[in-house]
Design a protein around this ligand. Structure first.
Ligand code: ADP
Length: 162
């Protein structure tokens, strides 16, 4: 049973993330999406809100058999605890590479039995990021092409409050 973990801030989940989830699911027997606290990124949504949005987006898109967890801990420790064979990450633009390269080498140093696996973005979603989606929605523009409906609604509610 090959288990992979797909970690991220998911603040909020986008169509780009969902594409990676679908593709990772084809490669592994079991996939766990791990919503990580990442307090240094000052997320818009709380950890629990982000976890719920991932779950509801998976339901909306009929993606089944993916577990969703939320954690505030070191990723490699979590991957080891779950017995994951691989950590899945997505690569978009070249600037993603530098950070990911450093993280992958650090994680390998900490536990060489867990492989980091990088999936290249889908051309249609290559420009989509949680940050861009938040910026666009904050100023009242449509983001329905970039995120599931539940996420668009949650963003609308969030920005009405602030
Ligand atoms: P983090 O703060 O850990 O980078 P993100 O939620 O921003 O969390 O991203 C999680 C993972 O999903 C990262 O590996 C990122 O590169 C990938 N990702 C995000 N958006 C896309 C996209 N549009 N296409 C492919 N991969 C993506």
């Amino acid at each position: 049973m090959r288990l992979a973990i797909y970690p991220g801030s998911f603040d909020p989940i986008t169509n780009g993330h969902l594409d990676i989830i679908r593709r990772a699911q084809r490669l592994f027997d079991r996939l766990i999406v791990a919503v990580m606290a990442n307090p240094s990124k000052h997320p818009l949504f709380t950890l629990e809100e982000r976890r719920r949005l991932v779950e509801r987006s998976l339901q909306e898109r009929n993606i089944h058999e993916v577990e969703v967890i939320a954690r505030d801990c070191l990723l490699i420790g979590l991957a080891r605890e779950l017995g994951a064979a691989a950590i899945i990450r997505g690569l978009r633009i070249t600037s993603d590479f530098e950070n990911e390269f450093q993280t992958a080498l650090t994680n390998r140093d900490l536990d060489s039995s867990i492989e980091s696996v990088y999936l290249m973005t889908n051309r249609d979603y290559s420009f989509i990021s949680s940050s861009i989606v938040k910026e666009v929605k904050r100023y009242g523009a449509e983001v329905s092409r970039f995120v599931p409906q539940v996420v668009e609604r949650a963003l609308g509610e969030k920005f009405q409050k602030v």
